[in-house]
Write a protein that binds this ligand. Structure first.
Ligand SMILES: Nc1ncnc2c1ncn2[C@@H]1O[C@H](COP(=O)(O)OP(=O)(O)OP(=O)(O)O)[C@@H](O)[C@H]1O
Ligand SMILES: [Mg+2]
Length: 289
């Protein structure tokens, strides 16, 4: 579905490449999270997959990048509409500014494509139902919460039925309620078989929702694997990524012999709680407490 081969990109004003030797295959339907420090190249990679970079930013690509078999270097962004949906960090920037209700805003992209009216209504109603926006359909995009605006941005991409959805730090502007709404929407995308590439600086959500996690450091992919492996990698801090507190707590316990030797380090609160409960039990059994 997404296929990068030895892909590098240098911006016109950049002294060094923003992406370096990216080799990446994301199969259809996978939820892939990309984490990395500030400036690691997340937005650049999101932009390449969605056709914005280098077409609209400038930049010198090397190697190849394909989405759905199309070579991105030869595909203008307008031809990727419908193939790839992009949701940016700030939902406010993605509102059309030209529509006065959520329902009309969701229909905006389809109107531009000249989609048949009955089909348009069907798709918009279905997306609103999927994302829990139906009750808000008549409200102005400017009077709903940030979380709801972000859902609207996701919905606006989703009505186009993209095969790939790129989410660039979609919850960084939101409170935990808003972030919860967005991550519930990931389940909708999963159910629809959409391929998702989610870019995040923080690890809590990738730990819970991703099938696979990649780490970007200075434009390179330095780790790639299941969340439970990548997110417990001791090199995370070297890559400028703060480890999960659950992992850190368990690692400290393990260093003092207070974590079962064969138990993997946890990446969720539940796994940490189970591990500490087991450690407590065996310490009691051994008469250590
Ligand atoms: N349009 C641009 N022109 C020139 N350089 C750029 C441009 N956009 C990003 N860069 C540079 O490319 C590198 C990667 O930036 P990018 O925005 O992709 O990182 P990021 O991981 O998204 O960071 P953040 O967490 O701050 O969003 C940085 O060194 C940045 O300064
Ligand atoms: Mg960014």
């Amino acid at each position: 579905m997404i296929e990068f081969r030895d892909f590098s990109l240098t911006y016109p004003t950049g002294s060094r490449p923003a992406l370096r030797e990216i080799d990446l295959v994301v199969p259809r339907g996978q939820i892939c999270a990309v984490v990395g420090a500030e400036g690691a190249g997340k937005t650049t990679l999101a932009g390449v997959i969605s056709g914005v970079v280098p077409h609209m930013t400038g930049g010198n690509p090397r190697g190849s990048a394909r989405v759905g078999g199309r070579l991105l270097a030869e595909t203008p962004p307008s031809e990727l509409v419908g193939e790839v949906g992009l949701v940016m960090q700030n939902p406010f920037n993605q509102l059309s500014g030209a529509r006065f209700s959520l329902r009309e805003e969701l229909a905006f992209g389809l109107e531009n494509l000249g989609v048949d009216r009955a089909e348009m209504i069907r798709r918009v109603e279905a997306v609103m139902a999927d994302l829990g926006l139906t009750a808000l359909a008549g409200l102005s995009p400017y009077e709903v919460s940030g979380g709801q605006q972000q859902l609207l941005a996701i919905g606006s991409a989703l009505v186009m039925r993209p095969a790939v959805m790129v989410l660039d730090e979609p919850t960084s502007q939101l409170d935990s309620v808003g972030a919860g709404l967005v991550f519930d929407a990931l389940e909708t995308l999963r159910a629809r078989g959409v391929t998702v590439v989610l870019f995040e600086q923080r690890l809590e959500r990738p730990a819970r929702y991703a099938d696979r996690v990649l780490v970007l450091d200075e434009g390179r992919i330095v780790a790639d694997g299941p969340p439970a492996d990548v997110l417990t990698d001791p090199r995370l801090a070297e890559w400028g990524v703060a480890p999960l507190r659950y992992t850190t707590a368990a690692r400290r316990a393990a260093e003092r012999g207070l974590w079962e030797a064969d138990r993997p380090l946890p990446v969720t609160l539940e796994a940490a709680a189970d591990g500490f409960a087991a450690a407590l039990k065996s310490a009691r059994t051994a008469g250590g407490l």
